[in-house]
Write a protein that binds this ligand. Structure first.
Ligand SMILES: [Zn+2]
Length: 339
């Protein structure tokens, strides 16, 4: 075995047999932003054999403060993150095979994406995809590791279907659109990304080498600025959970997932939230206060970002003008309104 892993092999819990397992492991990374880029680098350095990296976005200069895989050149060229990640990982560990997938994760492709992967890591920035991922992973009995970070706060939980509670056992309903802070409205600092992603990757290594007895079995919460750490121990799955108790996959099956539509001839995309809600437009305007050109009246909030103008209505529907690319529009919605 390659000398490069010698220090990891000396670590008794991994050892030679664990390293052999890592070399033949296949991991799906959903999202390659700050968390995902960090997962990709750590897993590639650890010698994981194959990474399937799915992301819908391009590298931007605002990413470079925390998204460790990317460089100024990637932002200047507006490279898709999945492609930029593949390029960088080939320089870090040429033995790790990377399959880049430039796609918006939705209920038409999630089951194919998780197929043939041993483990799934959450590096997304929105609950829409996380609930979908939870449905797909419970349905196909795949372990996945939830992770989220915004501002100086982050959280993570490892979900083994049938063994631990699933995402819906803990958070039964998806938060309303616009109700949660996002990195584009509240900011984010890199140390919380490092904390959450390191916890997720440590769990991933334990799972891949077969040391499930060492998993933390809890909902971990960190605030790296307020020096706060909480660990809520998780017990059994909830037998009444719709997803893992009753095997009703609402997010995977629902027609209501039809979330976005190109408005023909208008160079615009309409985004509608997956469940009806009433937005607090004044609160949204405050959240967006750092952007230029935010206008609010009793019916809507309008703001611009880059080349696009976004109009958000009281029912949380939005028109993203200046693009006919649905995944770009969904990305802007997730970043600035939040789901
Ligand atoms: Zn459940």
């Amino acid at each position: 075995m390659n000398e490069r892993y010698s220090r990891q092999i000396l670590f008794r819990e991994i050892g030679k047999s664990g390293q052999e397992k890592l070399l033949t492991s296949r991991v799906l990374l959903v999202g390659c932003g700050a968390l995902g880029a960090s997962h990709a680098e750590m897993l590639a350095r650890a010698g994981v054999g194959k990474l399937r990296i799915v992301d819908r976005d391009f590298v931007e200069f605002t990413n470079l403060q925390r998204q460790t895989l990317f460089k100024e050149n990637d932002a200047a060229e507006r490279l898709p993150k999945a492609v930029a990640a593949q390029k960088r990982i080939s320089e870090i560990n040429s033995e790790t095979e990377v399959e880049p997938v430039i796609a918006d994760v939705n209920n038409s492709n999630i089951e194919a994406l998780i197929d043939s992967c041993d483990l799934v890591l959450d590096g997304t920035d929105n609950f829409q995809v996380r609930y979908l991922l939870n449905d797909a992973c419970v349905k196909h009995n795949k372990t996945w590791i939830y992770g989220a970070a915004v501002s100086s706060y982050g959280t993570t939980m490892t979900i083994i279907p049938g063994v631990t509670p699933c995402l819906r056992c803990i958070f039964e309903d998806m938060p309303d659109a616009g109700s949660s802070p996002t990195c584009d409205t509240s900011g984010v600092i890199m140390p919380i990304i490092a904390t959450v992603s390191a916890t997720q990757v440590a769990e991933a290594l334990k799972i891949l080498v077969g040391d499930t007895a060492s998993l933390h079995r809890s909902l971990m919460q960190f605030d790296i600025w307020q020096n706060d750490r909480q660990r809520i121990t998780l017990s059994e799955p909830n037998p009444d959970c719709k997803t893992c108790g009753h095997h009703i996959y609402e997010f995977l099956d629902a027609e209501a997932q039809e979330f976005s539509a190109v408005l023909c001839g208008r160079n615009a995309v309409q985004i509608a939230p997956p469940k009806p809600t009433q937005l607090d437009l004044a609160a949204l305007a405050v959240k967006l206060a750092n952007l230029d050109d935010v206008k609010q009246n009793e019916y809507l909030v309008r703001f611009t970002t880059g080349e696009t103008e976004v109009t958000v209505f009281r029912d949380a529907r939005a028109i993203v003008k200046g693009t006919d690319d649905v995944s770009a529009a969904r990305s802007i919605y997730a970043r600035f309104v939040g789901v």
